[in-house]
Design a protein around this ligand. Sequence first.
Ligand SMILES: Cc1ncc(COP(=O)(O)O)c(C=O)c1O
Length: 400
Amino acid sequence: MRREDFPILEQQVNNYPLIYFDNAATTQKPNVVIQSLVDYYSTINSNIHRGIHSLSMLATMQFEEARENVKEFINAAHMYEIIFTKGTTDSINLVASSFAKQFLCEGSEVIITEMEHHSNIVPWQLACEEKKAILKVLPMDSHGNLHVEKLKDLITEKTKIISVTHVSNALGTINPIKEIVEIAHLYNIPVFVDGAQAVSHIPVDVQYLDCDFYAFSGHKMYAPMGIGVLYGKEKWLEKLPPYQGGGEMIEKVTFEKTTYGELPFKFEAGTPNVADVIGLNSAINYINEVGLRGIYDYEHQLLEYATEKLSEIKGLKLVGTADEKSAIISFNLNKIHPYDAGFLLDKYGIALRTGHHCAQPVMDRLGIDGTLRVSFALYNTKDEIDKLVEAILNVRAMLL
Ligand SMILES: Cc1ncc(COP(=O)(O)O)c(C=O)c1O
């Protein structure tokens, strides 16, 4: 699908055509996104919002157009509910820190799940440590399905927020966010959703999900690194104190007292990453043009094909076989260490991920050190999967 749009894929690595299966870590960038950065820096580059000159106004216009496009992309109700951040990690830290200041105190409880990326564990741990709050964990089964039926038992009158990933980066599980939100809202508890592995693979509608916060990174959706999004419902964003102080986020500053800007500027201190916001806009246009529904169907075909082919390999054990899965396959090969297999697969030009995937509690739960992980994007092909299978057989023969 649209492989020709991605110049990096034309190259050879170790004398083999590059097969890029590390898309959960970061996706490659299409020409239109690369070109939007070149255009920005060669014709517009300017600081935004306060400038009166033409370039500044143009940059401001494109920056705010991008916000509108993000709003449409995830179907938020208002543009001012879209905050630009550095990425998912930054978005989670923003909410964990501001939410803790306002709503957590000694004995408060925060619920996360057993399948979170470290980015959706550590910021909440820090917040809980600071406020002497308690971090509780919703477990999963050995296939990687969350025990959603146990959520009600975990919730108490002290529960202040639930934070859960939409798609597990280590296992590929798609979690039932709407159901989780419905349960949480019965108790008036807000839900934060880590959408890092979801937005470029499945259509996301934050109003349909009714989640209170939703975070994602540009670089996992064909946009540049260093740009991300935090969506928050107006009613929550209004209640949270600013995360960082500085220019852009103020209304009036005196030495005695500062008043803060309106949403979303209250959460966007300092000069923003204008070029990469424009790159993100261009990536969203690209995804829309290809069509997210079509991308989902195509990647799902790849997932099914690869699952079938990999399952046929003797000694290969799939890790993460949840009922609903996105385009991520984790596996182990006999007793071969994932690093050794990954190192040798690279010699065939195959880029995939090895290790704990920043989800050490998942590995602890499953009693393994790590996995090999293949993750798809719209430009991968069945032919690449066949080549992967062939290379795995060679690697296995070498190491066993
Ligand atoms: C599920 C999940 N959450 C959060 C992150 C962190 O994203 P970033 O490093 O772009 O902030 C990742 C990155 O792999 C992820 O997969």
